[in-house]
Design a binder for this molecule. Structure first.
Ligand code: AMP
Length: 479
């Protein structure tokens, strides 16, 4: 079994088709209509045990096809006994951290269940509850909800959870991060204990495992990638940029034509708004989404982002969680996240559905410990792609390089060793000789001369492998 998380058909199970997984004709028809020809690794591994009624922990990243992995077997099991939910009740409950993700799961159930006659409703905060309550009035097969609003509606007796037979906790790590633990525990306490429970999470830290122990019975654990491994289709890099220069650096970067569909992550809502104004001033079309933006605003921003001429999307982590847009060419971490796992979630926004993508992280002096934590989690170094101009004239970065007792590396180069396009070409021109003389992009020394953490596989090898996989022109064509 190929345990790599991607939508690329697994070569080790060439004979596996959706029919081999035991899915019914109605579902096969829907999958054909969706244009899915082969199941993804998580689908291959999760569907048969779920059809057999097992509880399951799925350690799967975004973009691996995990929605179908749980939706397909649940639809089939619900159709098998042809029961219908009573008024205000549902048979399957899916909890998700954000309204965007809840909306996408809802769409997934409707698409996969369209020939099976599945009914589904979605509930999330930030919009009027009236249509949501109305959708629940007659009862539905599947209810997808964010925890807070669901607790609200249950409290008002507009939703009744006493007939739930199937529970899915999607992106469990994120739900815990967002402080939903109490709401989740309240909800689960209202459910029948005799149910099938599924938990999906990109990472399985101790808190998630504890949740699984409390809510799941003898679960099967299915992993599609080593825990905390980003999709192989994403090429990561880090750019050391002093904080004061980040804005200018980003503007330069975004002016590069190859930056097709770009998500820029900031840590705070305030930071996202500020960056939005800065990009506006620089004449770069951008849109921001975060928790303080109205649902309408978010939908408009996402629609524009999906258009052929997308603005740069500036997002905070929580708001970005449900973004499912193909052909995202670049993710830029304008600021590194506090939680190393968040890095993996962020960069999972690109390289989806078997496509390739690039994840560029800006790292300033204060963020070095965060970078180290991310690299520890990844168990490898993130290749460095550039050295800012200040390195040559006494800036913050030079002292870092000097302390490490090495020449700046990777300047103006892509990971293939070719000069990269755009800003780094201008900025790195003075250092190309150093690059040519054998320093490859991954050979970054320790920040401030400290010994580097583990590096397996060797960074240079990472950089080379990644380069061979990166059809740069494809981004332009795809857009
Ligand atoms: P998910 O991980 O559920 O967010 O899915 C990521 C993307 O992959 C979505 O756009 C799905 O429509 C798509 N997808 C899911 N399963 C398959 C499949 N077997 N073949 C092709 N695309 C798929």
């Amino acid at each position: 079994m190929n345990t790599t998380a991607s939508l690329t058909p697994t070569t080790e199970t060439p004979a596996t088709t959706f029919a081999d997984l035991g899915l019914s004709a109605h579902l096969l028809e829907a999958l054909a209509a969706e244009g899915y020809s082969v199941p993804t690794p998580i689908q291959i591994r999760a569907v048969p045990p779920l059809l057999a009624g097992r509880d399951l922990i799925g350690c799967a990243q975004t973009g691996t096809g995990k929605t179908a992995a749980f939706a397909l077997p649940l639809i089939q099991r619900m159709r098998a006994d042809n029961q219908r939910a009573a008024a205000r009740r549902c048979r399957a409950l899916v909890l998700a951290p954000t309204r965007e993700l809840a909306g996408q799961i809802h769409q997934g159930f409707l698409a996969y269940g369209r020939f099976a006659g599945i009914t589904a409703a979605v509930i999330y905060g930030g919009v009027s509850q009236r249509p949501q309550a109305a959708a629940m009035q007659r009862g539905v097969d599947v209810l997808i909800a964010t925890p807070g609003r669901l607790v609200d509606l249950v409290g008002q007796r507009l939703v009744d959870l006493r007939s739930v037979e199937y529970l899915v906790l999607d992106e469990a790590d994120r739900m815990l991060d967002m402080g939903f633990i109490h709401a989740i525990r309240r909800i689960v306490a209202m459910l029948p204990t005799d149910r099938q429970t599924l938990l999906f999470s990109a990472t399985v830290p101790a808190e998630v495992r504890e949740l699984a122990q409390d809510f799941l019975r003898n679960p099967l654990e299915v992993k599609t990638a080593a825990q905390a491994t980003p999709a192989e289709t994403v090429t990561p890099s880090v750019w050391f940029v002093p904080k004061r220069d980040k804005k200018a650096k980003l503007v330069e970067l975004l002016r590069d034509k190859a930056m097709g569909r770009v998500i820029v992550f900031t840590r705070t809502k305030h930071g996202a708004d500020k960056l939005h104004r800065d990009l506006d001033k620089a004449g770069i079309a951008a849109a921001a989404i975060h928790g303080n933006k109205s649902q309408n605003h978010r939908e408009r921003a996402l629609a524009a982002f999906k258009s052929p001429r997308p603005p740069v999307l500036i997002a905070t982590d929580i708001a970005a969680r449900g973004i499912d847009v193909d052909h995202v060419s670049h993710v830029v971490n304008y600021e590194l996240p506090h939680e190393p796992e968040t890095y993996i979630h962020r960069i999972g926004r690109t390289g989806r559905a078997g496509q390739t993508g690039e994840a560029v992280s800006f790292c300033d002096h204060e963020e070095r410990p965060r970078l180290a934590a991310i690299e520890r989690l990844l168990r490898r170094q993130i290749p460095q792609l550039n050295v800012p101009p200040h390195a040559a004239d006494g800036g913050e970065e030079r002292s870092i390089e000097a302390a490490a007792g090495r020449r700046p590396s990777g300047a103006g180069r892509s990971r293939s060793g070719q000069p990269s396009r755009g800003p780094s070409r201008q900025q790195g021109s003075g250092q190309r000789g150093g690059q040519r003389s054998g320093q490859r992009s991954g050979q970054r020394g320790s920040p401030r001369g400290a010994p580097r953490e583990v590096s397996a596989p060797a960074p240079a090898a990472v950089a080379t492998t990644a380069a061979s996989k990166l059809p740069r022109k494809k981004h332009r064509r795809a857009l």
